[in-house]
Design a protein around this ligand. Structure first.
Ligand code: FES
Ligand code: FE2
Length: 383
């Protein structure tokens, strides 16, 4: 059942999705103070591997050294070149700048300067890389650009345990979806918060939106969830489900559950699958979405289980790719509509979309002028 009994107002105005000022407030209040998942362990198969990413206008380089992960501003302290330009690669034991070859260790300290004599006098360790706090949850690697941020565990609150469970070491990374859409980041988030569009946008992929009696919402101050139990539609599919569960030796049920920890961290689970999705605003009207999809890993030593796990991974990758295409097409249309110079109404939110209303109230609260004077990170926390 839903929590609201009557329809709800659309809280945010079209300008809240399209204005540069509102976007800047959201960056300051929500994103810059918070934690962001930027990779998983699978992105670093070898010690010394690195990955580069643009996060909120900050070029970052994330580097594995032993079993630890370190994030730096991807800018050299010598004359500001990006250390590496490729999306990923292998740096070995030290990060080395591609321009003049300065080398840095995992603390960001300069370890080698070619022709160091020509910089005299210079104190040892005078110039180093800017380092950012990096923490992990399950297989997920998070970074914050804010030195004052609480620990990742505190920031995510209940979300930390959910992340550890759904993206834990026994899961196998099945697919990564990494794409950009011409829409405001909130449009993307709201799309994931309601099942109302399912019949129209995903008629073949989801078959039908569940009835109200089959749905359960939780609405808390920093997070919301949606759960439903959906058995496979036919007896044949139900039998297949049972066989798959038995072969995979996984813990599976028919519950679909979706979690949103404000502002932009989402987890989900469905049968033998789980996923994590995060939304990175690139500008007011462009958004990057990265999804990491996991399936049950298969018991080591059990061939059938491992083969099944690999089939599941393929199926999962294909399924979420189709969903992505269906949602992206309509989200760009939503954004075009929001930019129209006048609107036919103030909008209206159904009880099925109450998570969108809750999210919009949160945005309104944390980007208000009073909130600007307090510590945004506390309000962004999922506790
Ligand atoms: S700019 Fe990096 S070594 Fe010169
Ligand atoms: Fe969708």
């Amino acid at each position: 059942m839903f929590i609201s009994e009557t329809h709800l107002p659309q809280v945010l105005t079209p300008q809240d999705y399209t204005s540069e000022d509102q976007y800047r407030r959201e960056l300051e209040q929500l994103f810059l103070p918070g934690w962001h998942c930027i990779a998983t362990f699978s992105d670093f198969p070898q010690d010394g591997d690195f990955l580069t990413i643009e996060l909120l206008d900050h070029p970052l380089i994330l580097w594995r050294s032993g079993d630890e992960y370190h994030t730096f501003l991807n800018v050299c302290p010598h004359r500001f070149a990006r250390l590496h330009g490729e999306p990923c690669g292998h740096a070995g034991e030290r990060l080395k700048c591609q321009y003049h070859g300065w080398e840095f260790d995992c603390s960001g300290n300069t370890q080698k300067i070619p022709d160091a004599q020509s910089f005299k006098p210079m104190k040892k360790g005078a110039l180093g890389l800017t380092k950012y706090r990096t923490e992990t949850c399950g297989q997920l690697i998070f970074v914050t650009l804010n030195d004052e941020a609480p620990s990742l565990r505190e920031y995510l609150g209940t979300g930390f345990e959910i992340g550890e469970t759904l993206c834990g070491p026994e899961r196998r990374l099945a697919a990564t979806l990494d794409y950009e859409i011409d829409t405001n980041w909130k449009c993307k988030v709201e799309n994931s918060l309601e099942s109302y569009h399912v019949d129209m946008v995903h008629p073949k992929t989801f078959i039908r939106a569940p009835e109200e009696a089959e749905c359960e919402h939780e609405l808390e101050s920093g997070w919301t969830t949606y759960a439903t139990v959906q058995e496979a539609p036919t007896a044949w599919h139900r039998l297949l489900d049972r066989i798959m569960n038995r072969l995979a030796h996984g813990e599976s049920d028919d519950e679909y559950k979706h979690y949103h920890f404000y502002p932009h961290t989402m987890f989900g689970k469905m049968k033998l699958f789980s996923w994590m999705e995060w939304t990175i605003p690139l500008s007011v009207d462009r958004t990057r979405v990265i999804g990491k999809f996991f399936c049950y890993g298969g018991r080591s030593g059990r061939l059938v289980s491992r083969i099944l796990s690999s089939r599941l991974a393929k199926w999962e990758a294909g399924f979420f790719e189709i969903l992505r295409g269906e949602d992206c097409a309509v989200l760009e249309e939503v954004y075009r509509g929001l930019k129209a110079p006048n609107q036919p109404s103030e909008g209206l939110v159904s009880i099925r979309e109450e998570r969108c209303f809750h999210f919009q109230k949160y945005i309104e609260r944390v980007t208000s002028p009073e909130a600007a004077n307090s510590n945004g990170v506390a309000m962004a926390a999922g506790s």
